[in-house]
Design a protein. Structure first.
Length: 593
């Protein structure tokens, strides 16, 4: 606010905020000290900081704000550096797409704005803040120890606004830029969402606790603590999330679902919200659907070359059923989207039926299941068959009716992709037979099955060599008489002391060959199919996981944890299981490390 272009004192007197006598005294003090009038009045207690900002912003024709924790993204300060921030008396607040909002003491200073534009490489949206307020937060956030829990400690129950009375923009996207002047609850929710997006979390859990609220998020498949807001805020936090997700804030006894699209980290993020009443209050789970985490190129998923070629052969057939199986959170949807990415073209009519549609893809007609109007998978599938489809993707086969329609579509000249919840590829055949799908139909329709898991990758910054104990080696199928070196992470700041960072796919690709087709027709057991698959050189989930551990991608314990299946406990350690990966060739002809 150096070189003020408007007479702030006159404006304050006109608005009745300041008396003539107070103004004269302040002007005399200003002449003696050379201080800015607004800062001086705030320091003397004559004027509140918010009133000074509000009045001056109105006179300058700009927006103003009072800085607080949660409004400022600490990761943006290094873009301009603390020294330059002090010199320009400016601090970046947040970035939306290619625009950075910056709080400035002189928001109309073109040289300062040009310098900020040069430093950040982004467009600058300037807002007014008091110089003392800006310098206070530059000092706080110049430290690398700036933590979200810092501002949580400053929140009290009396600070919480009634969220139910807030209005929500009718636009399709909720931009975090529009929430600058929100209550502490808005700030807290924004901070949780921004942190989850930055760290690549898949879900946020907001849970009631006897001592307050517990907020956790799922990173690399494991829940980690994010923040613990003070007591008395849980209802307001839940209401805030419900408001932006267009849910009924008055209904607290029944589960609800909602959806919202926000802008964070410069990109659009879809959030899928689910509420559930518990004894202590409502629990919310927010699924974070970030397209930046969607690797649709099949080559990027982690298939070995032999398995990848087998999967592509399934997809190149003009008709048939290709299934992807695994537990919830194993990456099945991503694998199906990568298959659609491979198949989509202007010459093909690709139609999906999903519950819900997680990511929107070009050149693909996506249909969402809606049980409220009886739009089920089976009903949608029957309608799709009258839409002249070439490729149909079914989000999940849940019942006999859906399974039967999918098999019939595969037998009548359509390529059908679908997911199923089974432990491994051979067990999928038995599951469909349990759904009363006739074996002669299934043997003719099935192209192949991909079973998959996601294992956590070892953190590259803290990885070290270690020797698993004999029992673990024996479970993995190794000769326990010799020690074997593997790798693991010891934990560091980069990986939240977990030893892991990111995940890698483990795949079991069972292409239906003539002998497997014959066995399916004869209703062979899953164990018989499994033995034939292994005998033909198939790589099981367990073998692939151990191979990845030997190659240093994941730890042996993690590989065994995620590839555990029901048949592991029933088969002996010295049965027909192939030798571990170190004693056999890889599908692409390489020997494992």
């Amino acid at each position: 606010m150096h070189g003020e272009r408007v007479r702030l004192g006159d404006a304050l007197v006109k608005e009745g905020v300041l008396s003539e006598d107070q103004l004269k005294a302040a002007l005399q003090e200003q002449q003696a000290s050379g201080r800015m009038l607004g800062e001086l009045l705030v320091e003397q207690g004559v004027l509140s900081g918010s009133a000074a900002v509000r009045t001056l912003a109105r006179q300058l024709g700009v927006k103003g704000c009072t800085l607080r924790h949660g409004l400022i993204d600490p990761a943006l300060l290094p873009l301009i550096g603390p020294e330059e921030a002090e010199r320009l008396c400016a601090i970046p607040l947040f970035r939306v797409r290619d625009t950075v909002t910056v709080a400035m003491a002189e928001p109309q200073s073109l040289p300062a704005i040009d310098r900020l534009r040069q430093l950040t490489g982004c467009r600058i949206h300037s807002v007014l803040a008091l110089e003392s307020n800006i310098r206070e937060y530059i000092t706080k956030y110049a430290s690398e120890d700036a933590d979200v829990n810092e501002f949580l400690a400053t929140l009290t129950e009396s600070d919480v606004d009634v969220v139910e009375q807030e209005t929500v923009d009718e636009g399709p996207v909720t931009d975090l830029d529009t929430m600058v002047s929100g209550s502490p609850v808005v700030t807290l929710v924004n901070m949780a969402l921004l942190t989850a997006v930055k760290d690549g979390a898949s879900d946020i859990h907001i849970e009631p606790d006897r001592s307050g609220t517990r907020i956790r998020y799922r990173l690399d498949g494991v829940l980690r603590g994010l923040m613990n807001p003070p007591p008395g805020m849980h209802a307001a936090i839940v209401s805030r999330v419900k408001v932006i997700a267009k849910m009924d804030i008055a209904e607290k006894r029944l589960p609800q679902e909602g959806r919202v699209r926000i802008v964070a980290e410069g990109r659009e993020i879809d959030l899928r919200v689910s509420s559930m009443p518990t004894l202590l209050g409502e629990k919310l789970v927010i699924r974070v659907l970030d397209k930046a985490n969607l690797h649709v190129r099949m080559e990027d998923l982690g298939f070995r070359s032999g398995s990848l070629e087998a999967f592509k052969r399934m997809l190149k057939r003009q008709n048939g059923l290709a299934l992807v199986t695994g537990p919830t959170g194993s990456g099945k949807t991503t694998t199906l989207y990568s298959a659609l990415d491979l198949l989509r073209s202007p010459e093909q009519n690709l139609v999906t039926v999903e519950d819900p549609v997680e990511y929107q893809l070009d050149l693909i007609n996506q249909i969402q299941v809606n049980s409220a109007i009886s739009m089920t998978f089976a009903k949608a599938l029957r309608s799709i068959l009258r839409q002249d489809p070439d490729v149909i993707m079914v989000g999940e086969i849940r019942d006999e009716e859906t399974a039967r329609v999918a098999v019939q579509a595969a037998l009548t000249g359509h390529l059908v992709l679908a997911t199923l919840h089974t432990n491994d590829a051979p067990a999928t055949v038995a599951r469909l037979q349990d759904m009363n799908i006739e074996s002669y139909l299934l043997s003719g329709a099935l192209n192949g099955i991909v079973a998959q898991r996601l294992a956590r990758r070892i953190c590259p910054r803290c990885q070290t060599k270690y020797y698993p104990d004999e029992h673990l080696l024996r479970v993995a199928g190794f000769d326990e008489s010799r020690t074997r070196a593997f790798r693991k992470g010891v934990g560091c700041q980069e990986c939240h002391n977990s030893g892991f960072q990111g995940r890698i796919g483990i795949y079991e690709v069972m292409e239906i060959t003539p002998d497997l087709q014959r066995q399916i027709h004869q209703r062979a057991s899953a164990q018989e199919l499994r033995e034939t698959f292994r005998r033909r050189g198939g790589i099981t989930l367990r073998d692939e996981g151990i191979t990845l551990a030997q190659e240093g991608h994941t730890s042996l314990e993690e590989a065994l944890r995620v590839t555990h299946t029901d048949f592991d406990s029933t088969s002996s350690e010295s049965d027909e299981r192939p030798a571990p990966a170190s004693r056999r060739s890889q599908p692409d002809g390489r020997e494992a490390a």
